[in-house]
Design a protein around this ligand. Sequence first.
Ligand code: PEP
Length: 251
Amino acid sequence: MRKPIIAGNWKLNKTIDASIELVTLLKRELSDVDEVDIVVCPVFTSLSAINDVILESNIDMGAQNLYWEDSGAFTGEVSAPLIKDAGCKYVIIGHSERRQFFGETNQTVNKKIKAALASGLLPIVCVGEVLEERETGKTFDVVKTQVTQSLAGFTPDELSKFIIAYEPVWAIGTGKTATPQQAQEVHKFIRGIIAEIGNDEIAAALRIQYGGSVKPDNIKELMSQEDIDGALVGGASLKPDSFIALVKGAL
Ligand code: PEP
């Protein structure tokens, strides 16, 4: 049985105070949930403050990005050991906004995953096609390339630490959700790729999140699909009521 995982990607939103306010409410309202892994991914500047709030709670924290070198002359970057030191368990790698606006490629994603694993962080690796690729029938080719190149060179033991987020880019922040069937067929396809590059056991245990305009009113139908094991949520993770409803909807 794969334990569902709901992660809130707060993107570039919220001051330290606003982050503390949100996570304090989540902690109070979700304290009795133990059948779902709950993750919040605030901006870097809030990590340490959030860590103080979630200590000894059922909420874990993730960063939204990292740089693959541990330290040195890399002005403006934040590394895996520092993210770990701030209290993170997870890190999102290769989000489509990073690919689109900051030149992230499958090769940089691969380096970042290596750095995350070396520091004991669990990578949430994002893949997904843009609208034109879906409309021209290239979804499976694109996702296969992203998964195989991003995950190249990892041992079965390392692969067992991954979470993959399938996020069709045309569904992120647009209000358009992939239908549960559209999502399911790509999730199943990704699980098949993991069986090829890892093995059947790792593929069966791998958690694959769906992301793209997930809301309280569509989470149940998405989660009812065999290969959907949770959600990576942007907009609907910024308000306590909707994130609480999403977590409860995944139960
Ligand atoms: C995301 O940022 O990963 C995302 C899926 O955003 P949204 O839920 O707003 O579409």
